[in-house]
Design a binder for this molecule. Structure first.
Ligand code: ADP
Length: 483
C-alpha cells in the first residue's frame, strides 16, 4: 500500500503543536506494518539548517494559481526510514511564523495544488492521500472534482483527519475562483459556501472518502452543536464515513529511561531518581527547591481552548493550597500577560516561561508531580499522555481525548491513572487539583499511581493498525465518495 501524508507541520522539522507530533510519528508506525508512507509538507524558512542542508532537490515545476504560474521546487530527505518531501517556494514559506499571514488562503491553495501536481511529476501514485487539518482541506475536493480525470489519479482515495475543528481555514470566496479556478456552481450552502465565505475544512468534509478525528470521544462530540463549530450538520450527514482513532505518542522520542535532555533518567523501577529532575526544574523556574512541595505543570498553547479561563478564575485559591505552578507556553497576549503578572506576584510559587522550548518541555514533564489540562475541548491531547509517560499525574477535564486516555483514580482499588472532572467549572477544577494534592504525601499510593500512569500504553501500535485497516478498506471499494 502506498500512502502520501499531506500536512503543514511535522516533527522533527517544524512544530507548533500536536499535529506535528502525529505527522512525525504515525508514518514510522505505518512503515512497520509494511505500508509505503511518504510525507509532504511546506519547506518553511524556519526549518533548522541541519535539515535544510540534507535536502536534495528532486523536482521542479510550476503550479498554476489563477493567472499566475508559481515556481514549485520539491526537495527530499529520508529520516528514520521515512521519505519526506518539502514544497519549496520562498515567497510563500520563507516567513517568520507558520500561520496567521494575510495570504494564508493563497499559501495553502498553492500547497494543495503543489501536492496534487507532485503526484504525476514524481510518479509516486499513492493509493491514499491522507490529508491533515484545514491547510490540506482543498486536496480531497480538487482530487474528486478535477484531478480524478487525469491518468493515474482516478483510483486515489482520500482520508481527511480533523486534528482541531476550531481552525477551519475561512477565506474570501475569491480564493476559490480567482486562485483555485473552481467552478462557481460549487459555491452553495451544501458544498463550499460557509456564511458567504470559503471554508477549506468544509471542502474536505464534503469530499473526502473518509474522515477521521483523533479520539473516539471527540468524534461523538463534534456531531453536536456545542462542539461542532457550525459544521456539526455536515459531520452528522457523514457519520457513516467518520471514525475516531486515538493518537499515540512516539515512545522513542518520549522515553524517560533514555531521554538525553533530563538531569536524571528514570523508569518505573527507578522512581526515586525522578526527584533530581524535580529539583532541577524548580531551580530553572526560580522556585524554592523543595521536594515536599508538589509541582503542578502546564505545557500548552495559551488559548481559551486549554481552559485557562478556569485557571485565571481561581488562581489565588490555587496558590492558597501551597503548591508550585509551572507554566511553559505561548499564545494569546492576555494569557501571557496574566501568567507573567502572577509569577511576579507569587515568586515562590509560580514559575513561568513564555516561549516554545522542546527541551525544557521534556524537563518539565519529568520534573512535575501533576500535569494540569482543564481544556474546554480537546480533540485528543498529547501532553497528558507524555506527562503520564514521565510520571506526571494528569488533572484533566473529561472531554475529547482526555476522556479517552485518563481514567479517574480510585483510591480504594488503585484503579485509574489521573484525576478528572466533568463540568467546565473553575471550582470543580480546583477541587480536583486539591484531591490530587491530597495523595501526594501518601507516598506509597502516589508511587503506585505514578507507576500505573507510566505503564499505560499510549504507543501508536494499535492506532496505526486501525489506519492501515481503513486504508485497505477504502482501496477495496470500487467507488469514491460521491457528493
Ligand atoms: P495542541 O496540539 O492542541 O497544541 P497537544 O496536547 O495535542 O495540544 O500537543 C501539544 C504538543 O506541543 C505537545 O507535544 C507539547 O509538549 C507541545 N508544546 C505545547 N506548548 C509548548 C511549549 N511552549 N514548549 C514546548 N512544547 C510545547
Amino acid at each position: 500500500m502506498k500512502v502520501l501524508f499531506a500536512v503543514s507541520e511535522c516533527v522533527p522539522f517544524i512544530k507548533s503543536g500536536g499535529l506535528a507530533d502525529v505527522a512525525g510519528s504515525l508514518p514510522k508506525e505505518l512503515k512497520k506494518l509494511g505500508t509505503d508512507v511518504r510525507v509532504i509538507l511546506p519547506k518553511y524558512g524556519l526549518i533548522p539548517d541541519k535539515f535544510r542542508s540534507e535536502m536534495k532537490k528532486v523536482k521542479e515545476f510550476t503550479v498554476q494559481l489563477g493567472w499566475r504560474s508559481q515556481y514549485c521546487g520539491i526537495e527530499a530527505l529520508e529520516h528514520d526510514g521515512v521519505t519526506f518531501y518539502f514544497v519549496d517556494n520562498e515567497y510563500y514559506f520563507k516567513r517568520d511564523s507558520l500561520y496567521g499571514h494575510y495570504d494564508d488562503g493563497e499559501r495553502f491553495s498553492f500547497f494543495s495544488r503543489a501536492v496534487l501536481e507532485f503526484v504525476a511529476e514524481s510518479e509516486f501514485y499513492p493509493d491514499v492521500i491522507h490529508c491533515h487539518d484545514w491547510h490540506t482541506g482543498m486536496i480531497p475536493f480538487l482530487l474528486r472534482t478535477e484531478y480524478y480525470k487525469r491518468p493515474g489519479y482516478g483510483l486515489i482515495r482520500s482520508v481527511f483527519t480533523i486534528h482541531n475543528l476550531q481552525f477551519q481555514g475561512i477565506f474570501p470566496r475569491e480564493v476559490l475562483g480567482d486562485l483555485l479556478q473552481i467552478d462557481s456552481s460549487y459555491f452553495n450552502e451544501e458544498q463550499l459556501e460557509f456564511y458567504g465565505m470559503a471554508n477549506f475544512m468544509k471542502a474536505a468534509l464534503i469530499s473526502a472518502d473518509h474522515i477521521t478525528t483523533v479520539s473516539p470521544t471527540y468524534k461523538d462530540e463534534i456531531q453536536t452543536e456545542y462542539f461542532g463549530e457550525n459544521l456539526d450538520g455536515i459531520l452528522r450527514k457523514r457519520r457513516e464515513d467518520l471514525s475516531g482513532i486515538l493518537n499515540g505518542i512516539d515512545h522513542v522520542a518520549y522515553d524517560p529511561e533514555k531521554d538525553p535532555g533530563l538531569a536524571a533518567s528514570f523508569g518505573v523501577w527507578g522512581l526515586e531518581r525522578r526527584v533530581i529532575n524535580k529539583l532541577q526544574v524548580q531551580r530553572s523556574f526560580g522556585l524554592p527547591v523543595n521536594d515536599d512541595v508538589p509541582v503542578v505543570a502546564m505545557i500548552t498553547r495559551l488559548t481559551k481552548q486549554k481552559g485557562l479561563d478556569l485557571v485565571r478564575e481561581v488562581f489565588h485559591e490555587i496558590m492558597a493550597t501551597g503548591l508550585q505552578l509551572i507554566v511553559l507556553g505561548t499564545g494569546d497576549p492576555e494569557f501571557e500577560q496574566f501568567f507573567r503578572e502572577m509569577a511576579a506576584q507569587y515568586p515562590d510559587q509560580c514559575g513561568v516561561y513564555i516561549g516554545f522550548d522542546e527541551n525544557l518541555a521534556h524537563q518539565v514533564y519529568a520534573g512535575s508531580d501533576l500535569f494540569l489540562m482543564p481544556s474546554k475541548f480537546e480533540p485528543c491531547g498529547l501532553s497528558q499522555m507524555i506527562a503520564m509517560r514521565y510520571g506526571s499525574i494528569p488533572v484533566v477535564r473529561e472531554t475529547g481525548g482526555l476522556n479517552d486516555t485518563v481514567q479517574p483514580y480510585n483510591e480504594f482499588n488503585g484503579q485509574g491513572n489521573g484525576f478528572t472532572f466533568a463540568n467546565f467549572n473553575a471550582h470543580d477544577m480546583l477541587f480536583t487539583i486539591e484531591r490530587g494534592l491530597s495523595f501526594y504525601h501518601k507516598r506509597e499510593k502516589w508511587l503506585k499511581l505514578m507507576a500505573k500512569a507510566m505503564e499505560t500504553d499510549y504507543s501508536w501500535a494499535q492506532s496505526a493498525r486501525q489506519y492501515n485497516d481503513l486504508y485497505s478498506d477504502l482501496i477495496s471499494r470500487s467507488e469514491s465518495h460521491v457528493f
